[in-house]
Design a binder for this molecule. Structure first.
Ligand code: ZN
Length: 246
């Protein structure tokens, strides 16, 4: 079995930060979930998911979340023990004991750290999370100014691949550049990674880097919920974006 292949952010984070996003490569899941699926909740064999998760660097440090497309941010404090999977869509830590992680399959994963390498966060930002301002909610939990933060926008569905109806497009009318006319009447293309960029920029995050990787375009590398739906499947796997302090 091939080893997992990770994507590391092309950013200027300090040396003591561990950050990566998984791909489908190197896992034991089969069938519709083939590859390194880390989503325990998607209908894949739990044993396979556990084996896939165990392949991740310092796997025991990763705190998995029950993600609900909300805007709550959990702090992974030094002394905190996670017997149950906490419900949140973002995690922040100042401890090297816990690593922050968010699972995605088209939604936008965002990794954040401060320029001194003392605190890190991971955000699961789909349209719902961004509409509910989860990015701002996470940035507010850092105890330094946003201008000292570095962000990376990970692999997610691109504007060309994400068609939405007018009602959804209208929710993001503040970000006019992120919306273009779709292929038919009443349809629009929504650029979620650009909305993420704008939100990070508007709250003053000092440095913002973009992966420019699309989960739908590169469906052999990533899981894509939209692609799975277009192929008549009700579910697909998840990649995970992880950040931690060493
Ligand atoms: Zn695309």
């Amino acid at each position: 079995m091939a080893k997992p292949i990770f994507i590391t952010p092309n950013w200027s984070a300090p040396e003591n930060i561990t950050a990566y996003t998984t791909t489908r490569e190197g896992g034991v899941s089969q069938g519709d979930f083939e590859g390194l699926n880390v989503g325990m909740h998607v209908g894949d064999c739990e044993n396979a998911v556990a084996q896939n998760r165990a392949k991740l660097p310092e796997a025991q440090k990763i705190v998995w979340l029950n993600q609900v497309h909300g805007n709550s941010v959990i702090e992974l404090a030094n002394d905190r023990v996670f017997d149950d999977v906490p419900t949140a869509d973002a995690a922040i830590t100042r401890s090297s004991i816990h690593h922050c992680a968010v699972m995605t399959a088209d939604c936008v994963p965002i990794l954040l750290c401060d320029s001194k390498g003392t605190q890190v966060a991971a955000v699961h930002a789909g349209w719902q999370g961004m509409y509910k301002e989860i990015i701002a909610a996470t940035v507010q939990r850092f105890d330094i100014s946003a201008k000292n933060l570095i962000a990376w926008i990970g692999p997610s569905i691109c504007g060309k691949c994400y068609e939405v109806d007018e009602e959804l497009a209208r929710r993001f009318c503040t970000y006019a550049e992120a919306i273009t006319q779709g292929s038919s009447a009443g349809k629009f293309q929504l650029n979620l990674p650009l909305v993420a960029f704008k939100q990070l920029s508007n709250i003053g995050v000092g440095q913002i880097f973009q992966s420019n990787l699309c989960t739908y375009c590169s469906h052999e590398t990533f899981y894509s919920h939209r692609r799975a739906t277009h192929n008549g499947l009700s579910s697909t796997g998840r990649i995970v974006s992880v950040i931690g302090l060493r």
